[in-house]
Design a protein around this ligand. Structure first.
Ligand code: GLN
Length: 196
């Protein structure tokens, strides 16, 4: 791909601005994606954090569910953080009534897996392929409770909970690198975009 990759951030709800800022700083051309024609114009997509059940409702209200499923099936590189990881998961263990995911990532996720007591925390995490730990912010974060044969875990908490997953052109983290000034996941995502 010549020049800077053109990537989208799904801009229905959530921390869109933080992802736009990181991707722009890394030299990507960044567009907000709300409609099928906007999705069709990008070479990769970030699904931000926010509230997965709200984003799901808006995805369906905007007629975006099938276009997103088709794009994932066609191999579009997609990076989901937190709620975005939930949206990518093939199965949500504890959805709200009627909640759906886009799917594609061969994992089960549990929403709000750290409960109401300690909902948010930061920790240093080793990540497969990164030479120094990541400072990861967990904000009412999910966990991958099953990682199927097509996906593989690239970061786990000391207790063994899987919090980052890769599967071909798909990347998902239960935490938010974009709020802590961490850019390596977005760099990896842009590498996937360039390779696609
Ligand atoms: N708990 C939220 C959900 O279920 C995710 C939180 C986040 O994205 N920081 O969608």
């Amino acid at each position: 791909m010549a020049g800077s990759p053109r990537v989208g951030v799904l801009a229905l709800q959530g921390d869109v601005r933080e992802h736009r800022r990181v991707l722009t700083a890394l030299g990507a051309e960044v567009v907000s994606v709300r409609r099928p024609d906007e999705l069709a114009s990008v070479d990769g997509l970030v699904l931000p954090g926010g509230e997965s059940s709200v984003i799901d409702k808006l995805i369906r209200a905007f007629g975006m569910q099938q276009p997103l499923r088709d794009a994932v099936a066609a191999g579009l590189p997609v990076y989901g953080t937190c709620a975005g990881m939930i949206l990518l998961a093939d199965r949500i263990v504890n959805p709200i009534a009627g909640q759906q995911s886009i799917g594609g990532l061969d994992v089960d996720v549990e929403r709000n897996a750290f409960g109401g007591q300690v909902e948010s925390f930061e920790t240093a995490l080793d990540v497969v392929g990164f030479d120094a730990p990541v400072q990861a912010a967990f904000i009412r974060a999910p966990l991958a409770t099953r990682v199927g044969p097509r996906a593989h875990a690239i970061a786990t908490l000391p207790g063994g909970g899987v919090v980052a997953v890769r599967q071909q052109a798909l990347l998902a983290t239960a935490f938010h690198p974009e709020v802590a000034g961490e850019t390596r996941f977005h760099e990896l995502f842009l590498d996937l975009v360039r390779a696609a």
